[in-house]
Design a protein around this ligand. Sequence first.
Ligand code: PEP
Ligand code: MN
Length: 351
Amino acid sequence: MKNKERPIIILLKPDTTRRDIDEILSRIAGTGLKPLYMPGIERTVLGAIGDERVLAGLRLENYACVERITPVLTPYKLVSKEAHPAESVVTIGDRRIGGGDFLVIAGPCAVESEEQMCRTAEAVKAGGAGALRGGAFKPRTSPYSFQGLGLRGLEMLRDASKQCGLPAVTEVLEAADVEAVAACADVFQVGSRNMQNYRLLTVLGRQHKPVILKRGMSATIEDMLLAAEYIVSEGNPRVILCERGIRTFETATRNTLDLNAVPFLKSRSHLPVIVDPSHGTGLRELVAPMAKAAVACGADGLMIEVHHDPTTAMSDGPQSLDPGQFAGLMRDLDPFITAAGKRTAAAGIIE
Ligand code: PEP
Ligand code: MN
């Protein structure tokens, strides 16, 4: 595959009309450059990938709606604040995340059975979650551990999500499964072990559904932003970054939850950032305090593992909350969410 050309960013003024946006996009496409459309709440950013000199020939600066045209200096470009100063908002089903809307994604580590999915889905819904998680394809460290139910698991997740009315989030392990996952889930999750699977990221960049990109356990923040850039530069701007802990010398906890990453990412990127304190700590009793800390340092959402009966969980039982613990955490989080200046995303708010 040949190198990607760097995108040029076209920052539009607030209140630019749809007509002007479409005209500029079609003029970019007309030159053979690849146009990119990245809508935001206050303003829209357009991109053009290809030869800068060809773009210059269009004299887009003559449009009154164009604020500035710039090459971006950071290594990651389309995901940077430099390219897109306002926070971007991603919609999951009929809910929003980012730009002040806070979303909690909860559910079991793995889909295990119809009954387990339905009971856990009802519990997380009752607790106030905004989306349902559940892994059908499980990337396990040991080949002897439960690997997930695969396609059957996807169907169970889809049915539970329909039944409880929460959008479904599930991990996709390889490009060949993207279509099957898209048929059953509302959001693709890229796991820590796959953050730098560039082939998978490229395929997801051609999809229309949102992607939760989990930080690789040995990845730097810049590695993570560049992985997100793979997805966005293919045309899918619906990316949510997820801090889930990194490997350090510490062994008391499963991982070291790097909450530094949250304000750092929020200062460098416009993408929503969520935190997974379940994998970040590996210990049930640390999930609530670290969830609160995540909200306090600016996260736009959380991903929490919940099982209707964690004592029987086939994976990640020790870090899973039971329904009562989850409901308690959600109640306790409320004042933190308000203090952070955010709203809990309610259903049906998409215009
Ligand atoms: C998961 O969310 O179940 C998971 C496998 O997480 P991670 O990729 O962060 O290890
Ligand atoms: Mn898990």
